[in-house]
Design a protein around this ligand. Structure first.
Ligand code: F0G
Length: 460
């Protein structure tokens, strides 16, 4: 089918109205929200690209599963469906269900990290690093340098640099490294994948040193798709086969099911080792819920089990999902807007440092650009720069991430190509008026995960 357009592999059966407001209305709304898009009311948003987390549209088959959810407190049928799905698709034997991804990160960090330990990872994720530090560990970034360069076209910017990993071992010793935290399709790098060769090498390297490999497999499906498209030897494999191979190079995984798995809530920790799983379940009952529901209702688990099978049922789903992101990215690249390249799996990342060179990082350029974009056409994105990076607990100073980005995350199966067109037009128009954008300062700065609830005011 050369030279033919592709279309979404579904049709729409139910709709939810959205409305465009006036510019004056949005100016007032963002001011009331302290210039933080997390604090806007969703009904004041026209196209909501805050996150791809928990915002997917479920299929009719998943909705039907909600009616069949088994709400037994213990031993729910839906739990066993979920156990089967995780074993069949991801290949892990031990399933510890949690209310969402950070629940799994909490349990994993508590069972493996001792105070003073070091956890190397391929770029931090906010909640993941929080739980590593909360358990007394510290995070060391071992991602390849290209991940920090928005315009590098490296096809696998999520790769771990083995020389950096070796240096961490040399400095701290392998016995202070409980595991390597290996994120698939690295969120804060712009949705950038790791290669299969890298998954394999890292696992072999760590196994040799007696260090576990724990995946953050939250977006491993999207990573698998990039491997299929970009890595030699994988073109003829299905994304399902590739996903299972990625997981085979690990000792376990945390998953926020609110992404790849096509549900609105849920997550899990999956392990191979039965003794580790026993320790995880012992904590689970205190923090999440009994080991056969872990914070999810029976219907949540039923929809999740179905979502896991559905995401790999054929390759059309993920091809259309990543294809839609690519469609928006191509439009912005064509218009000359600086974005992270190559276009990632779950969203577009605007390079706020390049767009607003007149603002120093301490004036929060990405936060300011996010607010300006909302005011222009009601498109809601999210800051992924210095505000998200937070402060170093030891020194109290900001972390200064090399990437100062605005993320426009695309929910799965929710918006059409026309919504992408409107988004692109708005981004281009804000880009053309970029010199008018002022910096911000905090009026309220929370001590933990500050980006969620921080408030700001314009500098002048
Ligand atoms: N790991 C990654 C890579 C994530 O992107 C997220 C969440 C989590 C873990 C935590 O999972 O939200 O279910 O507790 N990311 C969302 C986002 C919040 O918008 O990127 P959770």
């Amino acid at each position: 089918m050369a030279n033919r357009s592709w279309a979404e592999p579904y049709k729409i059966k139910m709709v939810e109205p959205i409305r465009m407001t006036t510019r004056e209305y949005r100016q007032e709304a963002i001011k009331e929200a302290g210039y933080n898009t997390f604090l806007l009311k969703a009904e004041d948003v026209y196209i909501d690209l805050l996150t791809d987390s928990g915002t997917s549209a479920m299929s009719d088959y998943q909705w039907a599963g909600l009616m069949l959810g088994d709400e037994a407190y213990a031993g729910s049928k839906s739990f066993y469906h979920l156990v089967d799905a995780v074993r069949d698709v991801y290949g892990y034997e031990e399933l510890i269900p949690t209310h969402q991804g950070r629940g799994a990160e909490h349990i994993l960090s508590q069972i493996l990290i001792k105070p003073g330990d070091v956890v190397p990872g391929n770029m931090y994720f906010t909640t993941t690093r929080f739980h590593q530090e909360y358990a007394g560990g510290s995070f060391v970034d071992v991602i390849i340098d290209e991940a920090h360069q928005p315009d590098s076209e490296h096809p696998f910017k999520g790769n771990i640099d083995l020389a950096k990993l070796q240096a961490v071992i040399d400095e701290y010793g392998a016995d202070r490294i409980p595991y390597v935290s290996f994120e698939s399709d690295v969120n804060l790098a712009g949705g950038q994948p790791a290669s299969m060769a890298n998954y394999r090498e890292v696992f072999e390297f760590c196994t040799k040193h007696g260090i576990l490999v724990m995946l953050d497999a939250t977006r491993a499906l999207e990573n698998a798709y990039f491997i299929q498209q970009r890595e030699g030897g994988y073109h003829d494999k299905s994304v399902g086969e590739i996903l299972a191979e990625i997981c085979s190079y690990s000792d376990g995984a945390t998953v926020s099911s609110k992404k790849d798995n096509l549900v609105n809530i849920g997550g899990f920790l999956a392990l191979r080792d039965a003794e580790l799983a026993r320790r995880a379940r012992a904590l689970l009952v205190a923090f999440e819920g009994l080991h056969t529901y872990g914070g999810m209702s029976g219907r949540d688990m039923e929809a999740l089990a179905r979502g896991i099978y559905e995401m790999v049922e054929n390759d059309d789903h993920v091809a259309a999902r990543v294809g839609q992101v690519q469609y928006l990215g191509d439009k912005l690249i064509k218009a000359g807007v600086p974005i992270v390249r190559p276009v990632g799996g779950h969203g577009i990342f605007l390079d706020a440092a390049a767009i607003l060179p007149h603002l120093p990082q301490t004036d929060f350029p990405a936060e300011a650009l996010t607010a300006a974009l909302y005011v222009d056409a009601g498109v809601r994105g999210m800051e992924r720069g210095i505000v998200s990076a937070g402060r170093d607990p030891a020194t109290g100073d900001h972390h200064y991430p090399k990437l100062e980005l605005v993320r426009l995350a695309i929910p799965r199966r929710v918006y059409t190509q026309a919504h992408m067109d409107v988004t692109a037009e708005s981004v281009v128009s804000v880009y053309q008026d970029r010199e008018a954008i002022n910096g911000l300062r905090f009026t309220y700065e929370p001590s933990e995960l500050r980006f969620f609830q921080a408030r700001f005011e314009p500098l002048s």
